[in-house]
Design a protein around this ligand. Structure first.
Ligand code: ZN
Length: 204
């Protein structure tokens, strides 16, 4: 299978068989990739960030870490980090109401809807939108607990490689967050333009 381009603001899915390695690249840098994984045999089972934190004793994925499902089944391994640790597993998936919270009026593209649409293309409903792994996004928790998501410090061409430990359907959404919110610039805001993400099976 060739390269799958996820256009800016959109989502796409890809089947990743057990043992295959998926590379996810941010060609222009800074663009956050919201990542989801589902058990291909039972899409009710999905990658769960909170279950993954407590197993790896880490709030961010590092090389060698394993991503778990909500049933604590190992689903993927972080095989390679070509983005120097600029990842987040804390901030939940954006949705229409997130944009309204920040004052946006009218429909806004969002990662939750992108996920639902991408999974429909595979014939699956998504009754519960999981908390995404946000590759190429660096949230920050201050000592007093204040949470910010400053501009993503990720260079063009940065990538991650994840190895499937079971047969999966994976989805990436090129996060459409583009509002100008101080302390919450992410990949959009007033400092960066939104751009595409690429997915490719590179091994296996
Ligand atoms: Zn998003």
């Amino acid at each position: 299978m060739g390269k799958v381009v996820v256009p800016a603001r959109e989502g796409r899915g890809i089947r990743v068989g057990k043992g295959e390695v998926l590379r996810i690249t941010t060609p222009r840098g800074s663009q956050c990739a919201d990542f989801f994984a589902f058990n291909a045999q039972n899409t009710q089972e999905f990658l769960s960030c909170p279950h993954t934190w407590v197993t790896n004793f880490s709030m961010v994925p590092r090389e060698g870490d394993v991503f778990l499902s909500q049933y604590r089944r190992p689903m993927l391994k972080m095989a390679k980090d070509g983005a120097a640790g600029a990842h987040d597993m804390l901030i939940t998936t954006c949705d229409q109401f997130r944009y309204e919270f920040f004052g946006f009026v009218g429909p806004h593209a969002n990662c939750s809807d992108n996920l639902v649409t991408a999974m429909k293309r595979f014939g699956h409903a998504v009754p519960h939108v999981p908390q995404a792994v946000n590759f190429f996004a660096k949230s920050h928790v201050a000592e007093d607990g204040k949470l910010t998501s400053p501009p993503n410090p990720v260079a063009p061409g940065a990538y991650v490689e994840v190895e499937a430990l079971i047969d999966l359907i994976c989805v990436v959404s090129a996060c459409p967050f583009d509002l100008e919110v101080d302390g919450w610039e992410v990949s959009g805001g007033h400092r960066h333009e939104l751009s595409e993400i690429e997915m490719e099976i590179v091994r296996g």
